[in-house]
Write a protein that binds this ligand. Structure first.
Ligand code: SF4
Length: 254
């Protein structure tokens, strides 16, 4: 089976908290975020055999315990993704996915088959702002809402071991996180990501802390300057020592 590949990072210690993983980027995405850092793989073609990708994963398997499928939007390529996830399972690796939630059927099938250990779901903005911000229609918003529900239900019924909801934040849109957090149960991780689009100065850690204070629950704050820091009600809980700039540079060098 062929897969439209966007890239491969053989070893990452920052894409799955507490794990060393490799990252497989699948090419193609149905939305166009203005801040996308993987524009070069939003479209285009680089079709490879899934066996070739599984060989790359196998080569990393001595030093990793899991695989993250990212993109682009990995769930667009349902059949290839499922085949590769099964291949990962066969060699004892955990499987995680970074998704914008646009393809709920893929998530549903993978969760039902027990093929997912982690879903990192990016909720881009509050629901009513999606059409304007991402130029997507209401059908796409409906699909993302469905994915959100599927993941939450699966997490609570223990069919999905790990779930985190990520929100990318920009100046002027700080309150998006507050709206989104209202729909995220307390036992599910919320990640506040510093949005960087090169046009306006990004929010800083202190700004994101204030958003965390408004949400009034534990959040994980990600900035280029400080990496990931867990924060709750005025207290920093854990510090990650690897700055995001290093990760982004490593990906650019791929
Ligand atoms: S969903 Fe992800 S890959 Fe797609 S445009 Fe947005 S940031 Fe880029």
């Amino acid at each position: 089976m062929k897969v439209n590949l966007g890239g491969f990072v053989p070893l990452s210690t920052v894409d799955w908290r507490g794990k060393s993983v490799c990252v497989v980027f699948l090419r193609g995405c149905q939305v166009r975020c203005h801040y996308c850092h993987n524009r070069e793989i939003q479209s285009g073609q680089d079709f490879r055999d899934t066996k070739e990708v599984l060989e790359m994963i196998k080569e990393s398997s001595l030093v990793i315990s899991g695989v993250i499928f990212s993109g682009g939007e990995p769930t667009m390529q349902k059949d290839a993704l499922i085949e590769m996830a099964k291949g990962c399972r066969k060699i004892g690796l955990k499987v995680g996915i970074q998704t914008n939630g646009g393809y709920p059927d893929t998530l549903k099938e993978m969760i039902s088959a027990g093929l997912l250990d982690l879903v990192h779901l990016d909720i881009k903005t509050r629901w009513e702002h999606y059409p304007l911000l991402l130029k997507v229609n209401c059908d796409v918003v409906g699909q993302i809402k469905e994915s959100f529900k599927i993941c939450k239900d699966a997490y609570h019924s223990e069919k999905l071991p790990e779930l985190e909801i990520a929100v990318t934040l920009f100046p002027g849109r700080e309150d998006d996180a507050v709206y989104i957090a209202r729909e995220v149960d307390d036992d599910i991780d919320i990640v506040l990501q510093q949005g960087v689009d090169g046009k306006i100065p990004p929010l800083q850690f202190e700004d994101l802390k204030k958003i965390g204070d408004k949400i009034r629950r534990k959040v994980r704050i990600q900035t280029r300057e400080d990496g990931e820091i867990a924060y709750e009600n005025g207290r920093i809980l854990i510090a990650d020592s690897i700055p995001l700039t290093d990760i982004l540079q490593a990906r650019r060098n791929y």
